[in-house]
Design a protein around this ligand. Structure first.
Ligand SMILES: CN(C)c1ccc(C(=O)NC[C@H]2N[C@H](CO)[C@@H](O)[C@@H]2O)cc1
Length: 473
């Protein structure tokens, strides 16, 4: 723990100095994402969902998930998005051999979400590079055994904090051999990129798959911060983008910054990426949010001011990076022990921020337990109510303002004559069985789907600015 704290302090001091220097030379951060994701009908999307799930961090690469779980999640919380975890070790169990049976299983699960109108982001997940960095398989997931080259360096067997394994010699060497910073060639990186190519070949025409998240929480091993992000990490992203675009020209490709520092609010140094597709680039930015005061054990109730400051710094840093990348933002992970003092207020604060900035989000995670919406016995916890929140699933134009409580929603947007599909708004049970009372101007039509709890609003496209207000009945 001391090493993690020391590492943290050193990273913070270095970045604060750099940040201060930077602040002397840069203007205000944007207030909203520079681009927003749209669906196939041109509607602006507000993505609300979960990471599914930590239980996928195993050699099968499949989460403990049934179609009934998906149906229940929608019924309980009205989500429309999932960050679906994959494992490279399951995609390419042997060098150059793609396991199509595994992709069949993934495709079946994507189908469960597609049936219910979800958008899917496939996340090639890793933590600590792989479980094969040590013979005891003490921690980690992601890379297959053949791609885990730790040069027989040691990995401790009983660290009390999983994050400490990132500092173990065998883990660092495994990453260095992947990134090519240990005089290895980039053969492993090419295998990973080609595995993405195989996944893209499978899902290129799948309407439900909106995005690929190219690597979860990258770690540079002996290389850190800008040298890592602008060096081997950027090269990995460029190779993965090239492999994917050989068969898939439309799915969004999301890049993540290095986790350390950026999860807490420090600014990523990732460069912008070219997208070799016809039409506008489709490169997104998918940071994670874990404020350092809470990573160090403080609750939101006991450290609200510190955490709010960290959240504001994170928002500023992320929007600056998104502006540089000209990218929409999906908050790929945020979460906490939802039973801790003030935890649900923190969740509300983060969701308010995503509404204000136009970010999508996937909560970490829907595994049963104190962090998730269901406890170890599968019973709903107060977090499920907090996440069961009114939101505009899809907006037929450019969103201008959103405000939601559990009994009142207002939404204004600039209509787009090219978009004829209706604006869709999810309303939880607190708005009443009939979906509440709606006002939306003279020339608008509404429809209430009681089963999906979705209000559809159709404005004349030439309306200009549309204003919708819903009050609980
Ligand atoms: C030292 N390094 C490199 C490090 C430390 C801590 C995290 C982390 O907390 N991540 C937050 C959550 N994300 C993963 C899944 O992506 C979860 O297991 C973590 O709780 C990441 C990296």
């Amino acid at each position: 723990r001391n090493r993690v704290v020391l590492c943290t302090v050193m990273v913070m001091v270095g970045t604060l100095i750099a940040g201060f220097a930077g602040a002397l030379t840069r203007g205000p951060a944007p207030e909203v994402s520079p681009r927003l994701l749209t669906d196939s009908e041109g509607r602006t999307l507000f993505l609300r969902g979960f990471n599914t799930a930590s239980s996928a961090k195993n050699p099968t690469g499949l989460a403990d998930l049934t179609e009934e779980d998906v149906a229940r999640e929608y019924s309980d919380m009205g989500t429309n998005f999932v960050r679906l975890l994959l494992q490279w070790q399951a995609v390419e169990p042997e060098p150059g051999e793609i396991d199509q049976d595994y992709l069949d299983e993934v495709e079946k699960r994507v189908g469960w979400y597609e049936k219910r109108g979800y958008h899917v982001m496939l996340d090639m997940h890793q933590d600590l590079y792989s479980t094969y960095t040590s013979s005891e398989h003490v921690a980690g997931n992601g890379a297959p055994e053949w791609a885990t080259q730790n040069d027989r360096l040691p990995v401790a067997e009983d660290l009390d904090m999983w994050e400490l394994y990132y500092l173990e010699p065998g883990v660092i060497r495994s990453f260095d051999n992947f990134w090519g910073t240990s005089d290895n060639d980039l053969d492993l990186m090419d295998h990973y990129a080609k595995s993405w190519g195989a996944v893209a070949e499978r899902f290129a025409d799948n309407e439900a798959v909106l995005a690929y998240d190219l690597m979860n929480e990258p770690w540079g091993g002996t290389l850190q911060a800008a040298e890592f992000e602008r060096g081997p990490l950027a090269e990995f992203y460029r190779r993965s983008i090239a492999e994917i675009r050989q068969s898939d020209s439309d799915t969004w490709l999301f890049v993540e910054p290095q986790a350390v520092g950026v999860n807490w609010g420090m600014t990523s140094a990732l460069p912008a990426f070219d997208d070799p597709r016809d039409g506008e680039d489709r490169i997104g930015f998918a940071p994670h949010l874990y404020p350092l005061p809470m990573d160090l054990g403080k609750s939101y109730a006991s450290a609200k001011e510190e955490v709010d400051d960290a959240l504001a710094t994170w928002e500023d840093s992320v929007l600056r990076t998104a502006e540089r990348l000209d990218a929409p933002v999906i908050l790929g992970e945020f979460g906490l022990d939802a039973t801790a003092p003030g935890a649900l207020d923190y969740v509300d604060a983060v969701i308010d921020m995503t509404e204000r900035t136009g970010m999508g989000y996937a909560y970490w995670s829907n595994d049963p337990g104190s962090w998730g919406p269901y406890n170890g016995d599968g019973e709903p916890q107060p977090l499920a109510d907090t996440l069961n929140r009114a939101y505009p699933r899809a907006v037929a134009g450019e969103p201008l303002s959103i405000s939601t409580t559990d009994i009142h929603l207002t939404l204004s947007y600039r209509t787009d004559p090219q978009v004829t599909a209706p604006t869709e708004i999810y309303l939880p049970e607190s708005f009443g069985a009939g979906g509440g009372s709606v006002s939306c101007g003279a020339d608008c039509e509404t429809n209430w789907d009681a089963e999906r709890r979705v209000l559809s609003v159709t404005q004349a496209p030439e309306s200009g600015v549309a204003a919708v207000e819903v009050r609980a009945a």
